[in-house]
Design a protein around this ligand. Structure first.
Ligand code: AMP
Length: 177
């Protein structure tokens, strides 16, 4: 059990990178959190604090930084890990969900056998911005009959109102801007 880590400590470690990947975007770089053993473990503690081992069947992580947190949370909760990937990356048969981007659209996919109907799911990504990506992942989980207990994010950009796209699923974020 790591010593208690506060959200404020995690916030301090998040690095702002202006104009990445394009002008006007302030990229929230979570790699300094990952590189610090105590902060990484603390972030997983905070993201999973509502759940006991065995109370979640699968932790669904979103491509790509969401995988890191979701995989660690899955081992802690004795749950499986399920990836939601960008279209074209998963090798077996998939279900897909389109979502709107600022310009154009994107598609995420999940293996057709990734979840059993009724599976209790914790959804995790590094950052909630407009909510489009998380909403698409939620739609995939629902298509397979999974039940999402909570959606957890390290970071939430509150001014983009992404929560409103989550269809009432309880959402937790550790740090918000
Ligand atoms: P959205 O669909 O708008 O909620 O965007 C969320 C996804 O885009 C997440 O998977 C994030 O990893 C990524 N993302 C969006 N905005 C940022 C940002 N400012 N810094 C880092 N990642 C971001």
């Amino acid at each position: 059990m790591p010593a208690t880590v506060t959200a404020a400590e995690i916030e301090k470690a998040i690095r702002n990178v202006p104009d990445f990947p394009k002008p006007g975007i302030q990229f929230k770089d979570i790699t300094p959190v990952l590189a610090d053993a105590r902060l990484f473990a603390g972030a997983i503690e905070l993201l999973t604090e509502k759940f006991k081992p065995g109370s979640v069947d699968a932790v669904v992580g979103i491509d790509a930084r969401g995988f890191i947190f979701a995989a660690a949370a899955a081992t802690k909760l004795h749950a499986g890990f399920v990836p939601v990937r960008k279209k074209g990356k998963l090798p077996y048969s998939t279900i897909e969900q389109d979502y709107a981007l600022e310009y154009g659209h994107a598609t995420v996919a999940m293996h057709t056998d990734a979840l059993k109907p009724g599976a209790r799911v914790l959804l995790i990504d590094d950052l909630l911005a407009t909510g489009g990506t998380a909403a698409a992942a939620i739609a995939l989980v629902h298509k397979l009959g999974g039940k999402i207990l909570e959606a957890g994010f390290l970071i939430e950009l509150k001014f983009l109102n992404g929560r409103e796209k989550l269809g009432g699923i309880p959402a937790r974020s550790l740090v918000s801007y």
